[in-house]
Ligand binder design. Structure first.
Ligand code: GLN
Length: 199
């Protein structure tokens, strides 16, 4: 079985864990750099990107997660997790100062982009490569407002990019772990390498 980590500092990590286990993965909760050993992939869940980022600083996780990616692992960021993958973030509240990020994926993300009227909503998305629409739950969701040349747009909502892929990086504005449809997680599992190197 593929060995996949779920960053378990804050947010919806249990739901990701359950979904990945249903799909046959062996799942490890990641809180410390040592928990990253041997992973073929890592999910960075939704929650509050400022909080998750602060905890990643406290636990010394930024560089170890980048190193995991460089060794060949796949990364999947959902909602706050997509914000943490992005090379550039707009709309971070100024009182938190500079928001650190992994800066791995060549996208610019705008936080809380759907506004107060539509803070949280569920809809169906037409996803590139999938025949039937996918149910998608948006909760104070970001949008991907710029994609670099190596980024493939997989879905849009209100003309905004909400699902994108760059090689072994997958970013979703919405919460695929909160709806029963397993297809987005399956997409992620298809990005996993057969094995990662040790250093
Ligand atoms: N608005 C949150 C943030 O900016 C993300 C919300 C979510 O992950 N559901 O971090």
């Amino acid at each position: 079985a593929p060995v996949v980590g779920v960053l378990a500092l804050q947010g919806a990590f249990r739901e990701h864990r359950r979904r990945l286990e249903q799909l046959g993965a062996e799942v490890r909760e990641v809180r410390l750099p040592a928990d990253l050993a041997g992973l073929q992939g890592l999910v960075i869940p939704g929650g509050e990107s400022t909080t998750i980022g602060r905890l990643m600083t406290d636990y010394g996780l930024w560089e170890p997660v980048r190193a995991l990616y460089r060794r060949g692992a796949a990364l999947f960021g959902t909602c706050a997790g997509a914000i943490l993958l992005a090379r550039e973030v707009h709309g971070a509240p100024p009182q938190f100062g500079e928001q650190p990020g992994l800066e791995l994926m060549d996208i610019t993300v705008q936080r809380n982009a759907f506004g107060r009227q539509r803070e949280s909503f569920q809809t169906e998305l037409q996803v590139q490569g999938l025949e039937q629409p996918v149910p998608a739950m948006f909760i104070r969701a970001p949008v991907i407002e710029r994609v670099g040349p190596e980024v493939e747009v997989l879905a849009r909502q209100d003309e905004q990019v909400v699902l994108a892929r760059q090689g072994r990086l997958l970013a979703a504005s919405f919460h695929p772990e909160l709806t029963p449809d397993p297809r987005i997680h399956r997409l992620f599992l298809e990005l996993l390498p057969v094995a990662v190197t040790n250093s």
